[in-house]
Design a protein. Structure first.
Length: 272
């Protein structure tokens, strides 16, 4: 087995190589060093430090309240735990929409302070495209995000399927092409019809990463607590749970509590 110092890190260009080779890309979210190490050991290609931490970790109703400092903190933790997988950090609301220079500065700060290999920006408006160009010119790889963009949930009226119908598909293709032209190395497609995702995949040369976008993407991303069944109140149609750890955690803590109350733990074998 290779030592950590000799493990080759997955980089942005490697995802493009996978697309051209027809190899599917595996991405999950993580927010701390422990889970980053576990998913890294499991062989994922990329770890997204998502601003979904606002919902999953902080208990917020949306991602809008997540700050740049929080993303830098959690990004740093994940980079400590992951030695091989590419680490991508979400840029939170109001950190990249208010001018290209400010966007590039914030994105550069994230990469500089966390050790991440890329950042992710939502949308394809003119300010976002300018931010992508300025950030990639700085030397920081950028992944785009289209379809449902959670930071704009207030204006789109909740977490709903986006880009339905011929007009919606055409708009999604145009936005993906604009992101590619601006320098994005990949694009996440969230909550769009499978036909729309397939059309985008055929229209751009950069990898498409789906979440609730069907099988016709170059890769998939899921929120780790969701796929582990830790967030067992969350059950959208697109989610497949690969474990039911929420119930196991509750059961383990109950058994621990029962043993403490009964004086059975710690036993002689746990005492010095």
């Amino acid at each position: 087995m290779s030592s950590p110092s000799t493990v080759r890190r997955v980089m942005a260009r490697d995802l493009g190589v996978k697309k051209r080779a027809g190899e599917r890309i595996v991405m999950v979210t993580a927010y701390d060093a422990l889970f980053a190490r576990l998913v890294d050991d499991a062989g994922v290609d990329a770890i997204l430090v998502g601003d979904s931490l606002g919902n999953v970790i902080a208990g917020l109703d949306s991602t809008i309240g997540v700050t740049l400092e929080q993303m830098i903190y959690h990004g740093t933790l994940v980079c400590r735990g992951a030695k091989r997988a590419m680490v991508i950090v979400d840029m939170p609301f109001m950190t990249y929409e208010l001018g290209a220079e400010r966007a590039a500065e914030n994105c550069g700060r994230v990469v500089q302070q966390t050790g991440a290999q890329a950042v992710k920006l939502e949308g394809a408006t003119a300010p976002v495209l300018a931010a992508v160009r300025a950030t990639t010119e700085l030397g920081v790889p950028v992944i785009g995000h289209l379809g449902l963009t959670p930071q704009r949930v207030l204006s789109i009226g909740g977490h709903r399927i986006q880009n339905k119908g011929d007009e919606g598909i055409a708009r999604l293709i145009d936005d993906a092409r604009r992101l590619e032209d601006a320098g994005a190395f990949a694009v996440v497609l969230e909550l769009v019809p499978a036909a729309a995702a397939a059309a985008v995949r055929a229209a751009v040369s950069i990898p498409t990463i789906g979440i609730g976008a069907g099988v016709d993407c170059d890769g998939q991303v899921l929120v780790l607590p969701d796929l582990l069944g830790l967030n067992d109140d969350f059950a959208p149609r697109f989610l497949k749970r690969y474990a039911s750890l929420g119930g196991e955690v509750r059961d383990a803590v109950r058994r621990y509590g029962d043993e403490v109350r009964a004086g059975a733990y710690p036993g002689p074998e746990h005492s010095v």
